[in-house]
Design a binder for this molecule. Structure first.
Ligand code: GDP
Length: 208
């Protein structure tokens, strides 16, 4: 059983000109290197191995596009915040991901993967700000919840949710125990479904 029976890899891009057509709706998945992004994608789509879990954090600087269903995509953004990444690669990341987040019309929302033990850092906050500025929806997965006690996990969730814009949502998640997998799928569906057809992604300009 797969949550998306026809999910498949579309293409990898390291430049905007390689992106697939900007129609329909897509949700981008972002997170610090090693936060658990690939594991989360595999659990949410129920496709083990769809997104490759990283052996070397910070190596992949590509945006990977997956088709969940016709005109519905999941977009795996390269991880960030790995200390050993040389400055030219960090600059490439900013240009590639920054450009994508700013200009992509079909981008309905951001699924941000955060290690529940660590909480948000400034890189996460920068990404959140740029997503919200453009009217994207935001859902945070506090993953690796299996590494915390119930009390610690709940406390972290309260703490992170308290930092977020009231329109954003957050939940606990674990790729190991599968806690929150169904909730994450619902959040993904809600973001994909709520995209206004042909919308600009900027809620300050809704003249239609
Ligand atoms: P990415 O770099 O963000 O794509 O992270 P990966 O998905 O490759 O995961 C990084 C490491 O964390 C790997 O060793 C995973 O097995 C581990 N990991 C990911 N998710 C979880 C989780 O929910 N619980 C636990 N205990 N480990 C996890």
């Amino acid at each position: 059983m797969s949550a998306y029976p026809s999910v498949h890899f579309l293409l990898s891009a390291d430049h905007e000109r390689q992106f697939p057509g900007d129609s329909g709706a897509e949700v981008a998945v972002a997170g610090r290197s090693n936060a658990g992004k690939s594991s989360a994608i595999n659990v949410i789509t129920l496709r083990h191995g769809l997104a490759r879990t990283s052996k070397t954090p910070g190596r992949t600087q590509l945006i990977n596009f997956f088709e969940l269903a016709p005109e519905r995509r999941l977009v795996d953004l390269p991880g960030y915040g790995y200390a050993k990444v040389p400055p030219h690669m960090q600059a490439h990341w900013r240009e590639l991901v920054g450009g994508y987040l700013e200009t992509r019309n079909s981008l309905a929302g951001l699924l941000l993967i955060v290690d529940a033990r660590r909480g948000l850092n400034d890189d996460d906050r920068g990404l959140i700000a740029s997503a919200l500025r453009r009217g994207r929806r935001l859902h945070v997965l506090l993953t690796k919840s299996d590494k915390l006690t119930r009390n610690e996990a709940r406390q972290q969730l309260r703490h992170v949710a308290g930092e977020l814009d009231p329109e954003a949502t957050a939940q606990l998640f674990s790729a190991v125990s599968k806690e929150g997998a169904e909730e994450a799928r619902h959040a993904l569906e809600a973001m994909l479904g709520n995209k206004k057809p042909g919308g600009s992604g900027d809620r300050t300009t809704g003249s239609d």
